[in-house]
Design a protein. Structure first.
Length: 235
């Protein structure tokens, strides 16, 4: 089953979020410290991915063009509106929809942006190997548990974009090895890992409140990696 790994990942996020709801009343200082710890680990994961880059130029061009496209399409604003819409349907207190939106956006970026999401989905589609996504699911489940104690139920809704994103990649990947030459495919994986790593570092910095980077507006950079590498191959 092509979507097995993705479904396990989604289930882990939901289960972790449900368990996290029972610990939302712990003292704020504990939540803050745990969130800071998670942010540091997120940054470490991102840096490990970034250092795999073989072509800084490819990463730079992808980020520049991707960022321009994201700003033009106002992706960050669109994702926030989706989060607010979901929050408005589930809020129990005045203003709680804002918290749900923040949780939804933050968790969606953490769970959906990164090499494990893309590589795991590709493995599921191309080789029928779900090990990467099952491992990612366990990590995401624990992270969802901790995030929910601080950010609330909105974290659980991040399972929706994870399902759509990873599921789409897995389904498309069943045909990708027939279309893309192996050498080009391997180069794509390497550079997309680096771009994803940069976005993950940005997420970690945002969680620490060091920066306020509009990470969602940089997401088109992931698509641009493939286009840039394809153009490079032509010349």
């Amino acid at each position: 089953m092509v979507l097995f790994g993705t479904l396990v990942n989604v289930l882990c996020i939901v289960v972790g979020s449900v368990f996290g709801l029972f610990l939302t009343n712990i003292q704020e200082k504990y939540k803050e410290t745990v969130m800071q710890g998670i942010a540091l680990v997120v940054i470490l994961i991102g840096l490990q991915m970034v250092f795999q880059a073989e072509s800084i130029i490819t990463v730079l061009i992808s980020m520049l063009i991707g960022g321009f496209i994201g700003e033009f399409l106002k992706l960050e604003a669109g994702l926030n509106k989706l989060g607010y819409f979901i929050g408005s349907k589930f809020r129990t207190k005045q203003g709680e929809d804002n918290n749900i939106a923040q949780a939804f956006v933050t968790a969606s970026l953490i769970f959906a942006v990164g090499a494990m999401a893309i590589l795991g989905a590709l493995d599921s589609g191309i080789r029928g190997d779900h090990e990467v996504l099952v491992t990612k699911g366990m990590l995401d489940g624990f992270t969802a548990f901790v995030l929910t104690t601080s950010l609330g139920i909105g974290v659980a809704f991040s399972s929706i974009p994870v399902l759509l994103w990873q599921g789409t990649i897995a389904l498309l990947a069943t045909q990708i090895d027939r279309i893309i030459p192996d050498a080009l495919f391997q180069s794509f994986i390497t550079e997309i890992t680096a771009v994803g790593g940069l976005l993950i570092v940005a997420i970690g910095l945002n969680i620490l409140k060091v920066t306020n980077i509009r990470v969602t507006n940089l997401l088109p950079a992931i698509v641009m990696v493939g286009i840039v590498i394809w153009v490079q191959q032509l010349f």
